[in-house]
Every structure is written in C-alpha cells, then in structure tokens.
Design a protein around this ligand. Structure first.
Ligand SMILES: *[C@@H]1O[C@H](CO)[C@@H](O)[C@H](O)[C@H]1NC(C)=O
Ligand SMILES: *[C@@H]1O[C@H](CO)[C@@H](O)[C@H](O)[C@H]1NC(C)=O
Ligand SMILES: *[C@@H]1O[C@H](CO)[C@@H](O)[C@H](O)[C@H]1NC(C)=O
Ligand SMILES: *[C@@H]1O[C@H](CO)[C@@H](O)[C@H](O)[C@H]1NC(C)=O
Ligand SMILES: *[C@@H]1O[C@H](CO)[C@@H](O)[C@H](O)[C@H]1NC(C)=O
Ligand SMILES: *[C@@H]1O[C@H](CO)[C@@H](O)[C@H](O)[C@H]1NC(C)=O
Length: 377
C-alpha cells in the first residue's frame, strides 16, 4: 500500500535556503582566460558516458576528462573538475530532457530536432523564443532529477540520501526516514553547474545579451522547481503479511513524464517579457499577469517553423505526418502551413480474433487493414 501526499510546504523552505546559498556562491569568472565555447552544455546529453563507465579512472583524481567535454564554459569546466563523478548523471539528465522534449513536441511544427553538432538544437536556440525557454527548463529539470537520484543510489561521492526535515503534516505514528531522493542537493548542484554560464560573461546592462541571460536563468529555475513541485512524500507499509504495523515515509521524485507534462503546460502559458534599461525582466504587455518562478518566460516571437531554413537550422514541416481530422496544430492545415498534404495508403497486418485454447495455446487470424497516412507537401 502506498500513500501519496503533496509535498510542497517542506520544499518551499528547501528552495529558499538553496537560493540563499547560491546567491552567496556567485562569482564572476576569474583567472586564466579560456576560450568561450561555441556549443551548448546540452551536448553532455549526446556523449556516450556509458562507454566510459568501466574506466572508473576517467571520473576520478587527475583525469583530464573535463578539458575534453565540448560545449562547457570555463566556469562549467571548473565545476566539472571538482565533481567529475557527477558528469555521467548530468549527461543522463540532459538526454532525458531531450527525449522528453521530443515526446512533448511530437505533434508540433517544431519537434525538438537535434542537430549533429555540439549546439544540439542548432541556431534556433539563438532565438529567445518560448521553444528555447522550454529546452532550458526541461534539461535543467532532467539534470536535477538525475543528480537527486544518483545521490540516493550512492553513485556520487559528495551526497547521499535526502536529509530533508520531516514534513509537519505527517501522521505522528509514521516513521520519517528511508532513503529519499536528494532533491536539495540535485537543485543546488544544477543551479551551480547550469546557471554559471549565464553569470560568467559581463554584458551591458539592459542589452539583448543580458536579457537572454536573465531569461535562461529564469527558465532553468522553473525547470528545477518543477522537479521539487512534482515530488511527493511516499509511504510504505511493513509488517507481517500486510499488517501495516510500521509505516515509513520518504521524499520521492515524480516520473519524468509528469514533470514533462507540467513544463509543457508552462510552455503553453509562457509569458512574453522584455529587458528594461536597468537590467530587469519586465512584462512586455502590462496587461499580462506577472510570471512566478515556476513559469516560463521568453523575449522573442517564434519563427513559424513552416519552411526549411538552413541559416536558422529549422527543418520545416515538409514530410511531417499530420492528422486530417484534427483542427489543432497536429492537423494537416496548420502542420503543413496551408501547403496541402499527400495521402498514402498503407497496409497493416495484425494478429486478431485470437482464441485461447486450454492449455496453453493461442490461435489468431491475420487481419489486413488499410490505413491512410497524411504527410505535408
Ligand atoms: C567557434 O566556431 C567557429 C566557426 O564555426 C570556429 O572557427 C571556432 O574555432 C570555434 N571556437 C571554439 C572555441 O570552439
Ligand atoms: C567495457 O567493458 C566491456 C565488457 O566488459 C568491454 O567490451 C568494453 O570494451 C569496455 N569498454 C572500455 C572503454 O573499456
Ligand atoms: C490593456 O488593456 C486595456 C483595457 O482592457 C486596453 O485598452 C489596452 O489596449 C491593453 N494594452 C495592451 C498593451 O494590450
Ligand atoms: C531564414 O530565416 C532568416 C531569419 O528569420 C531570414 O532572414 C531568411 O530570409 C530565411 N531564409 C529563407 C530561405 O527563408
Ligand atoms: C521531427 O521532424 C523531422 C522532419 O521535420 C523528422 O525527420 C524527425 O524524425 C522528427 N523527429 C522526431 C523526434 O519526431
Ligand atoms: C486525429 O485527430 C482526431 C481529432 O482530434 C482524433 O480523434 C484522432 O485520434 C487523431 N488521429 C490520430 C491518428 O492521431
């Protein structure tokens, strides 16, 4: 038997303390000048860390693995050198984020296409659009989740099970303990590793670049908070044959699909903002309601993603499957941007009318159905 409760009072406190710690730890880039990177740290998700996993030496001691990871900024390399053993979990987290992005956007014009180079999403992420906002939130969430879980599983040297305080509303007979996902550590590490990019470069206050830094930090934060918000206290019965004489509870992460669904809603309701001359994000239309730290924000309108545009890195929707009867964005008229669609008949063979014979045989017929598939011109 499992009891589920909503978590969030406890974790509001966690987040606040984590934020205070992070603010104190902020420092601008110092010391040796290393070349600024072209690519994105999202590239960590495309690295085959699994192939290296039996070379434990790679992630320990004097190994120079951090110098070879592409897409990291100088600050991220410093964090990498201090926490080499975290890098496979970071990679897993980004990959999770990319896969979830592709799932959430599978019926949209932009479907989270990954390019072959270390920019990962290509030049499209140079546009400060709501899609770009989503990529930041979902990858930050993925890394937060993977690090929290890796702590719990004892895969990292510098953290272990959650040490979150007992929730106040927990039934007094129930035991708070067990080995929970370490959400606090996951949050803090991700804050340090991901957001450092946005603080390393001095940019002009109120400039487009500064707006972009603020936007990225806001959306990264929204992703990390989604992980905490969707987490819950989970409890389990113990005792002879289900007598439930002992109940233990711990902090448990949600599935990443739940987090993805939540962030997708945030994407749909994202708020357009602009950067003020004093270097703060402001509503672009004062009639909108103010975004909270859980909401996504963006600075620029999206391209229409209709037509292939190489300089933008946009593949366009030619050849994409569409739904003839849907009036939504997955429908042929919106997906194909009015260009029309091709119809193809495909023949599907399926096992059907299966009968079970005692014992133990199943006999089926083969049914042939034709289906129509529509693809954009
Ligand atoms: C950035 O990209 C340009 C053009 O693709 C390349 O010439 C340059 O070497 C790259 N710089 C770094 C630091 O990778
Ligand atoms: C890791 O181990 C597998 C099998 O144990 C081996 O085939 C593979 O070559 C090893 N990889 C490396 C990079 O050592
Ligand atoms: C804000 O709302 C008011 C009243 O509803 C309207 O007159 C005004 O045009 C709106 N402003 C913008 C920038 O949309
Ligand atoms: C690609 O997009 C850019 C930026 O929006 C635009 O200036 C350019 O004309 C587009 N190219 C094509 C071939 O549509
Ligand atoms: C996204 O769309 C492109 C065509 O624009 C297609 O080639 C690709 O397979 C799609 N990717 C996913 C993950 O659905
Ligand atoms: C197409 O859209 C309709 C209406 O939204 C929906 O009922 C149907 O399941 C969709 N078909 C496919 C193949 O997704």
């Amino acid at each position: 038997m499992k009891h589920k409760m909503s978590c969030c009072l406890v974790f509001r406190l966690l987040v606040l303390s984590a934020l205070a710690g992070a603010a104190a730890g902020v420092q601008a880039a110092r010391g040796r000048r290393e070349p600024w990177t072209n690519g994105s740290w999202f590239n960590m998700g495309l690295i085959e860390f699994k192939e290296w996993s039996n070379q434990t030496v790679v992630f320990s001691g004097k190994s120079r693995v951090c110098a070879h990871l592409r897409g990291l900024t100088p600050g991220q390399r410093r964090v990498c050198r201090r926490h080499k053993d975290h890098m496979p979990a970071v990679g897993d987290g980004v990959l999770r984020g990319i896969r979830e992005c592709q799932h959430q956007f599978r019926h949209k014009r932009w479907n989270c296409t990954v390019t072959a180079d270390e920019t990962v999403f290509g030049p499209l992420t140079l546009i400060a659009s709501r899609e770009t906002a989503f990529t930041h939130a979902i990858t930050a969430a993925g890394v937060s989740l993977e690090i929290s879980r890796a702590c719990r599983d004892g895969r990292l040297a510098s953290c272990g099970c959650s040490r979150a305080a007992r929730p106040r509303h927990l039934h007094s007979d129930w035991v708070w303990g067990g080995c929970g996902d370490n959400l606090e550590y996951g949050y803090k590490f991700t804050e340090g590793f991901v957001d450092i990019r946005e603080r390393e470069r001095k940019v002009k206050r109120g400039s487009r670049e500064q707006g972009r830094q603020l936007m990225n930090r806001h959306n990264n934060e929204a992703g990390r908070r989604a992980v905490i918000k969707k987490s819950r206290v989970t409890c389990k019965c113990h005792g002879v044959s289900g007598s439930c004489s002992l109940i233990t509870c711990w902090q448990q992460l949600a599935t990443f699909r739940e987090i993805g669904d939540y962030l997708r809603d945030k994407y749909e309701g994202a708020t357009e903002v602009k950067v003020s001359r004093r270097g703060k994000l402001r509503l672009s239309n004062p009639n909108y309601s103010l975004p909270t730290a859980q909401d996504l924000v963006y600075l620029e309108d999206s391209p229409n993603y209709c037509i292939r545009n190489i300089s933008l890195g946009a593949p366009g929707t030619m050849g994409r499957e569409c739904n003839k009867t849907s009036a939504g964005i997955d429908g042929c008229s919106l997906m194909c941007c009015g260009r029309g669609y091709n119809t193809k008949k495909i023949v599907v063979k399926e096992r059907c009318e299966c009968k079970f014979h005692w014992c133990c045989r199943v006999d089926c017929n083969t049914c042939v159905t034709t289906m129509e598939v529509y693809t954009c011109k």
